[in-house]
Design a protein around this ligand. Structure first.
Ligand SMILES: NC(=O)c1ccc[n+]([C@@H]2O[C@H](COP(=O)([O-])OP(=O)(O)OC[C@H]3O[C@@H](n4cnc5c(N)ncnc54)[C@H](OP(=O)(O)O)[C@@H]3O)[C@@H](O)[C@H]2O)c1
Length: 267
């Protein structure tokens, strides 16, 4: 059995829907007929995106401007979702910080943990009882290839993504035969348009253009994978290589090599 069909009573929720992979997931789900609830902080951007998606696909789009790292704001969304018929949840919002942990702003690091790990956990707990009762639904979690290995100078991010990867794949085995699908999206480098040479960041320059995958491709294969209830989707050659390297290389060997690369991202 696939994902629940889009209906007049159910909808799909996408967090981090104002840009990147989340925006592409929202468009992909709308193209498959799902009404949407879009979550991110920038209300003005969400309003524009909602209008654009409704015009393109004729679906209802609600917006919930929310700082998911804020427990009070998040709590309101959690309460609402508990009572709604959620066909699909894309737990996608996430941020990364770079640099030696002791040099970073402690409040920002804590907010990163709240967003990348605690919010994803809370939202899963909000939608899961209803999905289990209906014996239908799908949860896509945006983890990362970064969650498979130790990454000095990106410690909070790598640890939160290790949480996402492990949480998703652990929960999966509790959900077998329940009708609820759960899939881990564990990408390496993903971006929208290829930037012009002068607009390229350090990472854009370090990774050749042909190794990047697009947000649109990532969204399409991720929703296909969720529909088929695959365990993990790793889009692109580099992501797959990072997954294998992270999973099978000795961690003591990987850490200094990766840490050197990430040190450059802090500047
Ligand atoms: N792109 C990649 O190469 C890559 C690779 C591996 C994993 N991932 C993971 O995939 C996910 C999406 O990545 P992306 O590159 O598409 O990200 P992105 O373009 O930077 O977008 C991040 C999204 O999260 C929202 N967000 C940030 N802080 C938030 C907060 N406190 N509360 C609510 N929403 C918040 C942002 O919207 P507002 O600013 O409007 O709040 C935005 O919509 C992340 O979890 C990321 O870790 C990405």
């Amino acid at each position: 059995m696939g994902l629940p069909a889009a209906s007049s009573t159910n909808c799909a929720v996408v967090t981090g829907a104002s840009s990147g992979i989340g925006l592409a997931l929202a468009r992909e789900l709308a193209s498959r007929g799902y009404a949407l609830i879009l979550v991110a902080r920038r209300a003005d951007l969400l309003e524009k995106i909602a209008a654009e998606i409704t015009a393109a696909h004729g679906v209802t789009v609600e917006i919930r401007p929310t700082d998911l790292s804020d427990r009070d704001q998040r709590g309101k969304l959690v309460d609402e979702l508990f009572d709604r018929d959620i066909a699909v949840l894309c737990n996608n919002a996430g941020i990364a910080t770079f640099g030696a942990l002791a040099t970073l702003d402690p409040a920002a690091e804590r907010a990163e943990v709240e967003l990348n790990a605690v919010a994803l956990h809370d939202l899963t707990l909000a939608v899961l009882p209803g999905m289990l009762e209906r014996r239908a639904g799908g949860i896509l979690m945006s983890g990362s290839a970064a969650g498979n290995m130790p990454i000095p100078n990106n410690a909070t991010y790598a640890a939160t993504k290790a949480f996402v990867n492990s949480f998703c794949e652990s929960l999966r085995h509790e959900l077998l035969d329940t009708g609820v699908h759960i899939t881990l999206l564990a990408p390496g480098p993903v971006r929208g348009e290829t930037p012009d040479a002068e607009a390229k960041s350090f990472v854009d320059k370090a990774i050749p253009d042909f190794l990047w995958v697009t947000t649109e491709y990532t969204a399409r294969v991720s929703i296909d994978a969720l529909d088929e209830n695959k365990m993990r989707i790793v889009p692109g050659v580099l992501s797959k290589a990072m997954s294998v390297a992270g999973g099978y290389s000795p961690r003591a060997m990987v850490a200094p090599i990766v840490g050197k690369f990430y040190e450059r991202l802090a500047n």
